[in-house]
Design a protein around this ligand. Structure first.
Ligand code: AMP
Length: 301
């Protein structure tokens, strides 16, 4: 927001975004905010998040970034407690991206009661990430619905890095008639090909080198697309098989080529768009990545 703009959030200083912790503060900050764009995040912000904020900035009078490590989407043995948190650093980064409001609620503010009513993600929510992390997408869709109701954005930006998540959020909005537009942002990668992620800070140099096998496998798979679905899977699998023997090893959770509408496995004769998705552990860090591939229509001749 420029100072001369006709509308914008109240309370913002030249020094950076307004940081609000409660729904009441949020409503006050968003009085007269005009067209609102929301970027939901779990914080520990990096270049990938920046790219989402820039997309939002292009289309919004007011950009809201939510920073909330959502306990509902973590399983009992997952990394909720050690997930990186840095609200001062996140606020500074948001200032650099001309964000208007940072909404950083406490868990007790978002969940004052044990959550009884939740948003069920359905069959798509039980595949891939949902199979490895039972209940994960119910947690995601529930908090996204709450954030939409609290912020009331005109649009919200999500990254293709979490392909299954954005597909499910699109279905959430369609199936429940939520009055918000979903904007997708491409995956930002570091120069070596690793997809930017808050969890990358946990990787030491050797682990990071091993982790490059994920993006390498996806590239190999995408290059095999002209030869069909099975060739895509095999090319990616070959890279990951080799990485399983590296030091430190890449421990594969899943590699899948799926239909982007359902996240069910793409059959061998699948044509058109598909998502090649991978999840693996390097040391104690779980990483995910994906690419879109186009499986050509068979030549009718
Ligand atoms: P997170 O903080 O990991 O929950 O991510 C918040 C949002 O940023 C989600 O919509 C993610 O898909 C998106 N995001 C995370 N990493 C990247 C990346 N490398 N490129 C693009 N978007 C990303």
């Amino acid at each position: 927001m420029t100072e001369t703009a006709p509308s914008g959030p109240s309370g913002r200083t030249a020094g950076g975004p307004v940081v609000v912790r409660t729904p009441a503060e949020l409503r006050r900050a968003l009085a007269g905010a005009g067209r609102v764009g929301l970027v939901p995040t779990m914080g520990a912000l990096h270049g990938g998040h920046r790219s989402l904020m820039r997309l939002a900035r292009e289309q919004a009078d007011s950009v809201v970034v939510s920073v909330f490590v959502n306990p509902l989407q973590f399983g009992p043995n997952e990394d909720l407690d050690r997930y990186p948190r840095d609200l001062p650093g996140d606020t500074a980064l948001c200032g650099e991206e001309d964000v208007d409001v940072v909404f950083a609620p406490e868990a007790a503010t978002m969940y004052p009661l044990p959550q009884m009513v939740t948003v069920d993600a359905g069959a798509m929510g039980e595949r891939l990430e949902g199979a490895s992390r039972p209940g994960h997408f119910t947690g995601v869709l529930t908090v996204v619905t709450k954030l939409f109701n609290l912020v009331r954005p005109d649009f919200a930006v999500f990254g293709a890095k979490d392909a299954q998540q954005i597909a499910l959020v699109r279905r959430l909005v369609a199936d429940l008639n939520l009055p918000v537009e979903i904007v997708g942002a491409p995956t930002l990668r570091d120069p070596d090909g690793l997809a930017s992620s808050s969890r990358n800070v946990f990787l030491d140099t050797a682990q990071r080198t091993s982790a490059l096998a994920l993006s390498r496998a996806l590239r190999a798979g995408a290059e095999a697309a002209p030869a069909g679905a099975e060739a895509v899977r095999e090319a990616a699998r070959a890279v990951l098989d080799e990485a399983a023997g590296a030091t430190p090893p890449v421990e594969l959770d899943y590699l899948a080529l799926v239909d982007p509408a359902t996240f069910a496995d793409a059959p061998a004769d699948h044509r058109g768009e598909a998502v090649l998705a991978v999840a693996a552990r390097v040391g104690t860090t779980r990483l995910i990545d994906n690419v879109s591939v186009t499986l050509a229509e068979r030549d009718p001749r």
